[in-house]
Write a protein that binds this ligand. Structure first.
Ligand SMILES: [Zn+2]
Length: 339
């Protein structure tokens, strides 16, 4: 990672971004797609998944000022028309996306986007929207950050995790999530219940203040964003790993999510971002059902600008506290700066 930072600094000093911005059409017709999750800064002793923060407000403002000055942000309708050969790209196109549906997207990111006339697409998880509950992995992060035991043993995942300081809690959470991504959905749910039963579930006693830290957007907020030039897309009902579901469960998550958002917001939902979004988290069956459900475009969370199909478009990750030169380099030279 440090090597990438250094290279990005060198590129920035040499002014490569400006050169590429001037001639970008000659190099590539791929549209870079940025992915954010949360905007802002986790509070001290933050009890959920810190890794979901993509940029502070200051970083996001700087990034959007740069996008406004140098790029042409597309709406999702334009992106879909482009991949279907029905839209001529403006100079330096870019697409901005957000995953999951956290409330800071509305409170912090939306005003910055709106003030600059930059459209973005928000992929939302419907079980989370307008609810008091948090996403399953956020709840697991809360468990590991708050549980008061010396170690957590999860036989089904062959894990024996010491719980000492903050670092070991984060490590235990990340290891467990990584393993849970590889098991069938029903098994994942059963393992989670098992962990909470065996060790006690601190989430049961969560305070309202802490709950607010992992809050979702409401349907009303999404309506307001839609009315102000933002796009809404699907991110499943419950954020499972779609490839680990059986056929009827995949259909439920993919069709049900689209229908519910359309019903709540009164608009067509044409785009989906697969939860987790690595190659192994959305199978050919998932893509087939996505097509059958009537989606027109699908996004992975693979770091890049590849587009194996219009239902498998890669996106560029934005990482909090990464140097601004790296942000610029990733967009301009994604093949060099993606991990
Ligand atoms: Zn997600």
């Amino acid at each position: 990672m440090r090597k990438l930072h250094l290279a990005a600094e060198v590129f920035a000093k040499l002014g490569f971004h400006r050169i590429l911005a001037a001639y970008s059409g000659m190099f590539s017709k791929k549209v870079p797609v940025l992915t954010y999750h949360r905007v802002g800064l986790p509070v001290a002793d933050y009890p959920f998944d810190k890794g979901l923060y993509s940029a502070t407000i200051e970083e996001f403002t700087t990034q959007m000022n740069y996008i406004k000055a140098n790029y042409s942000p597309l709406t999702m309708t334009q992106m879909i028309a482009y991949i279907n050969g029905e839209f001529t790209l403006p100079k330096n196109p870019i697409l901005i996306t957000f995953d999951d549906g956290f409330e800071d997207n509305y409170r912090l990111a939306f005003p910055i986007l709106k003030a600059r006339g930059i459209p973005a697409t928000f992929f939302v998880t419907t079980d989370f929207i307008g609810s008091n509950e948090t996403l399953w992995y956020e709840r697991l992060a809360y468990f590991f950050n708050r549980v008061e035991v010396a170690r957590v043993k999860i036989d089904a995942l062959s894990l024996d995790l010491p719980i000492r300081g903050k670092r070991s809690r984060t490590k235990a959470y990340l290891k467990t999530v990584e393993r849970l991504k590889l098991v069938k959905n029903k098994e994942r749910l059963a393992i989670l219940v098992g962990i909470y039963e065996e060790y006690g579930d601190p989430y049961v006693y969560i305070s309202q203040d802490e709950l607010e830290l992992s809050k979702s957007m409401s349907w009303e907020q999404l309506k307001e964003m839609l009315a102000n030039g933002m796009d809404i897309g699907a991110h499943s009902i419950s954020h499972p790993i779609l490839s680990m579901l059986d056929e009827s469960e995949i259909e439920h998550e993919i069709v049900g999510c689209k229908k519910l958002i359309e019903l709540q917001l009164g608009c067509n939902i044409d785009s989906i971002a697969y939860p987790v979004g690595q190659h192994e988290s959305y199978s050919p069956e998932v893509i087939e059902q996505t097509v059958n459900a009537g989606y027109k475009i699908g996004f992975s969370f693979v770091d890049g600008v590849g587009c194996p199909s219009k239902y498998s478009i890669e996106r560029l990750h934005v990482d909090i506290h990464a140097p601004f030169s790296l942000f610029k380099s990733k967009i301009a030279f994604p093949r060099l700066f993606c991990e």
